[in-house]
Design a protein around this ligand. Sequence first.
Ligand SMILES: Cc1cc2nc3c(=O)[nH]c(=O)nc-3n(C[C@H](O)[C@H](O)[C@H](O)COP(=O)(O)OP(=O)(O)OC[C@H]3O[C@@H](n4cnc5c(N)ncnc54)[C@H](O)[C@@H]3O)c2cc1C
Length: 419
Amino acid sequence: MRRPRTRYSAFELLRRGATATPWPRVWRSPDLRSTADVVVIGGGVHGLAAAYYLAANHGITDVAVLDKGYIGGGGSGRNTAIIRSNYLTPEGVRFYDRSVQLYERLATELNFNVMFSQRGHMTLAHSDSSLRTMRWRAEVNKLQGVDSEVVDPAEVKRLAPPLDVSTAARYPILGALYHPPGGIIRHDAVVWGYGRAADAHGVRIHQHTEVTGVTVADGRVRGVTTTQGEIAAPIVVNCTAGWSTLVSDMAGVRLPVTTFPLQAAVTEPVRPFLPTVIVSGTLHVYLSQTDRGELVFGASVDPFASYSTRGSLAFTEGLAGHVLQLMPSLSQLRLLRQWAGLCDMTPDFSPIMGVTPVEGFLVDVGWGTYGFKAGPVAGETMAELIATGKTPELIADFDLARFTDGRLVGEKGAAAVGH
Ligand SMILES: Cc1cc2nc3c(=O)[nH]c(=O)nc-3n(C[C@H](O)[C@H](O)[C@H](O)COP(=O)(O)OP(=O)(O)OC[C@H]3O[C@@H](n4cnc5c(N)ncnc54)[C@H](O)[C@@H]3O)c2cc1C
């Protein structure tokens, strides 16, 4: 049953302040029940969004979301929060565009300020061949109704004044793919917003509950074993990103996924001076400025498969060199922190979504370095698949069977660095 939702409003703030009424817990800590209609493994944006849309769109509320740590403790709380839909393949563009649309109305839908700032996203081209790829992407984007265009260096400078667009730069900027709807968001708020809204619909969120086994009998899933007890369920969804192969192996489902660490770093806050998100695939770097003024930097994944989430000096050295090639004026800025998360990379840089050979065991994985932006659309479509038993057209091309049928959705040209 749906619980009354506390509204976050100025009036409520004043009322609670004046009457010393504490805010209720944002989500409950329920006891583990022995059955559920749906078990979702993973309390990141994907697991929570799937649970929310199951309840909100389809009235399926007997849902348990299990996380071995705390919600948002995986990639969902470690990413650099870039949202965009200017991908390379029509399948990718259509899919991510739906997510941007859902993000645009998410704050209102969840009654939670997710701080979505559509400040524009620019992917720089430093060579004729990357300029050709930008033109290709712009055409694919336009055909799908997504706002993208190639701009010249003068326009690049107008959109992002601190960039060095001179021909004397070591990697001169020849142009860029400009995508006005792209931007950044507050990743924690998205996780908390979905968690709170799912809980309000009756979904049970169990933190510190690790899945240690997936029970399968006669070709179909029967439930899960956890560190807190067993749950029998006809549907189990694997939303564990960097850990997804470990969980799928428990069900006997092999995934073509390799886990790599991805690092990021943030500087001390300075006055706002960078209005857009900047990506350079050639230099393996991207950056944006948060509303608080910090610069957030990222790169491509570490060059080895691992489950380690430690930062490395090699990363910061490479990052600093490449950033200074783009913006020499940042040389005195100090880095405050660096961190890493785990990325579940697929051979074609597209996700794996939908059914598996084990009936009732579904996957929503393969999110690599780019899956935060897909949280809403992935949740919406996975919920529809569970509720109707039919795979929505938007995700049909991302099925697991494509790797045996040879139908890859090659997205590397738009997903390798620019998350
Ligand atoms: C540094 C960095 C920068 C990134 N930048 C961007 C970006 O700018 N834009 C973008 O779109 N994407 C970005 N990404 C990728 C994005 O963060 C991920 O693709 C996305 O968060 C995946 O979300 P998820 O919900 O599938 O998984 P996660 O958020 O990783 O959640 C998975 C959860 O599963 C839980 N879990 C694992 N095993 C078990 C188990 N056995 N039992 C129970 N629970 C378990 C984990 O504790 C975890 O909380 C970035 C990633 C990193 C690391």
